[in-house]
Structure formats: structure tokens, C-alpha cells
Design a protein around this ligand. Sequence first.
Ligand code: ADP
Length: 435
Amino acid sequence: MAVKAARAAFNNPAWRDLSSTARGDLMFKLSALAEQHSHLLATVETWDNGKAFSSAQGDVDEVVGTLKYYAGFADKIHGQTIETSPAKFAYTLREPVGVCGQIIPWNYPLAMAAWKLGPALACGNTVVLKAAESTPLSILVFANLIKEAGFPPGVINIINGHGREAGAALIQHPDVDKVAFTGSTATGREIMKMASQTLKTITLETGGKSPLLVFADADLDNAVYWAHKGIMANQGQICTATSRILVHDSLFDAFLDRFVAYIPTVSRLGDPFVPGTTQGPQVSQAQYDRVLAYVQIGKQEGARLVCGGEPFMSSGYFIQPTVFTEVTEEMRIYREEVFGPFVVLVRFTSDEEALRLANGTEYGLGAALFTSHLSKAHRMARAIQSGMVWINSSNDSDYRVPFGGVKQSGIGRELGEAGLAAYSNIKAVHVNLRV
Ligand code: ADP
């Protein structure tokens, strides 16, 4: 029913023939409504996900900004004129792809919805968006605002349901033209397979095991600050989390001491609605169990648990910030994505070794590097295999800047002008002037 409604809306003159500026106006209106209802949206997001209320407020700000950013693009998407010969020329049209199936994860439900809706709507598509089963509510509240903004019926359809049922049905539907997914690499693989049946275009934003490199000439306090943010924010449930900290041998002990001492001063676990809380519970029992299972795996593999590794409080899915050292490249805790407040520290002795370690995983999402050596920073930024690099920082994300991965961290880009590419087809029109 949702796909049918999206198809009908795609062919409805009320949407299809709407001027691009008017399309942008609807998006500006939606952005303004999200801003107006930000307290409600953030409250429901915290209930749904367990993240600190202040973080949820930041997520809603991102929704407002992302929709506004792409609203501005709606009437600036156009083709080119291409001179070929005196007798002929060609021009291109940017056409919407059609009905887009969008599957979003539970770690940033509203923000991920905005990342996907923004470019899809700016380009004139219609959408069926499926929320994650563990965070079904905030998007339903948001759906009321879509109606209130005045989008023609069927342009945006929100569905809830389990991945293997609702998600799989959406991706396999023959009348869906494009699929966009954010989630785990394993699910991304399944989605790619299912989308191949009707050759749907796909964008995937999947997992990571992003490195954070601390070189010998790094500003140590700055590196500690960002290393903490890069893995402990959002309960560690971030695909770009810098979950492997690689530190030059000469600094390793000093870094470890400061990092471990810093954690209790900034990680405040507890009720996400209490002001000052920075870390809420993991999103679900499954994620809680998964992170604690990786603690056991780390111990069994012979790594050293420096701090954390235990639940916090007797109820709720709280996990103490967890740090492992004496970790080797073969260990699962070094290679596999844990998706929790869980980090491993490893030493390196040369730039070559740092680069080899940084690139030595199947993933390539983000990478952070800390150095005061200007040209080394930029050399490394080029050499690291990842979609994003943070110099003397970690996990910056901005709707004006492209976001995405290489290797098994994804296909395509979201955000920025680059995020529009996935949502329109280019049609070439050849014109003969010799008549
Ligand atoms: P996690 O394993 O961390 O919960 P997933 O990648 O499985 O993350 O989930 C992200 C999104 O993908 C959710 O909306 C989920 O419902 C959906 N999903 C999961 N499995 C499938 C599937 N087989 N087909 C389509 N969507 C799926």
C-alpha cells in the first residue's frame, strides 16, 4: 500500500508538476515545524533510543538544519548544455529516480531520516521510509509534521516493522526504483542481493572500525578529549566511532593514563532525562548483551581490561566505558565492530606501521589523526583508506559535508551536494540542428 501510494504521488501533477521552488518551500516548512516541535521530538527520541536528552536535542537541530539545507537545493538542481559539433549539441536533464525505499537505523532515527528525506525530496522523488523496529516512535511523531507542512498525500510514507519482513518486502518490491540503507554491513550485503533482482540503484552506509591515530608530536590533551568523544558519544553506537586508538610507542603510557583518568570526569551515566547525563543505556537487550559478550571475548583472547567491562547499575542496559590494551591485530575485539562504549588501544612505532594498522581492516568509514606536523597530517589524510578523515578531531559530521565509506563501509555518499547524486538520473538529449 505504501509503495502504491508513493507511485501514485510520483505521478500526481500536484507533486510531479510542482515548481521546484514550491517544493523547496514545503521542505522549509517541514524544517520550521521540526524546530517548533523540537522539545517533543527530542523527548520521544530519548524515550525510544535511551540517548541523553541533550544529545537528542542536538539530533533534532541536525534534522532542522539538514532539511533547510536541502530545501535550498530544490530549485538549484539542473542539467548542462554540452556543445558537440556545429551541427549538433546536447543537453542533460536531471530527473527524479522515482519511488525511493529508505531504511533507517536505531542509533540516530530522526537524523538518519532527515539525511535521506532531504536529498530525495529536493530532487522530486517520493519515499517509503522504514524505521528500525527498536525505535519506532519518533518518526511517527515526525510524520504528523509532514502532513502539517502540506506535502501532497503519498509523497512520504512511513512504515514500521521488522527488517526481515517490512524491510525485505520494501527492497524486493518491483515498483521501488531506489534503495537507501543505513545499518550493519551484514544487513547491507543482504540488501544489495535483494536489490539486484530489479537492478535498483543503491546507497549503503554500513559498519566501521575506524582508527584514531596519535602521533608522537600530538597535543595530548586534545587527543584525549576527542578520543573520548569519538568512542563514548551516543553510548558508542555510532558507525563512525573511532573504536581503535593507535598510539605512538613514545606516548602510549602517558596517553593511556590520561585517557583512563579522563573518562570518569566526563562520562556521566544515568537517567538520560537528568541534565548533565552524557551516557544513557544501550538501545536494547540485544545490544547490551552483544557489548558484554565482546568483553568476555576480549578477556578470552588475552587482552587486558583496563577499565569498565561491567554493567552500571543493576537495572537498565547501562555499560561502563570499557578500555582494552595488549590487543593484537588477530583479535576479534580489534577487527569487529562492537557498537558500544568499548575501545581498544594499540601501539605503533613508525608512520608506516601506523598506516598499515589504520588500513588493515575490511572497513573504511572514518579515521582521526592527531599530529602538529602540518604536511604529515595531509599526507596521512590522503593515504588512509576511508570516506572521511578528521585532523586533530574526531567524528565531526555536518550536513554540508559529504558522508560515507569505502571498502565494506558503504556505497555512495549522503549529505552535502554529493548527497544529491543518488537521487536523480541524468537524461541526455541530443539535438540535430541540420533541419
Ligand atoms: P542492527 O543489526 O544493528 O540492529 P540492522 O542493520 O540489522 O542493524 O538494522 C538497520 C535497519 O535495517 C533496521 O531498520 C532494520 O529493520 C533493517 N533490516 C534488518 N534486516 C533487514 C533485512 N533483511 N532486509 C531489510 N531491512 C532489514
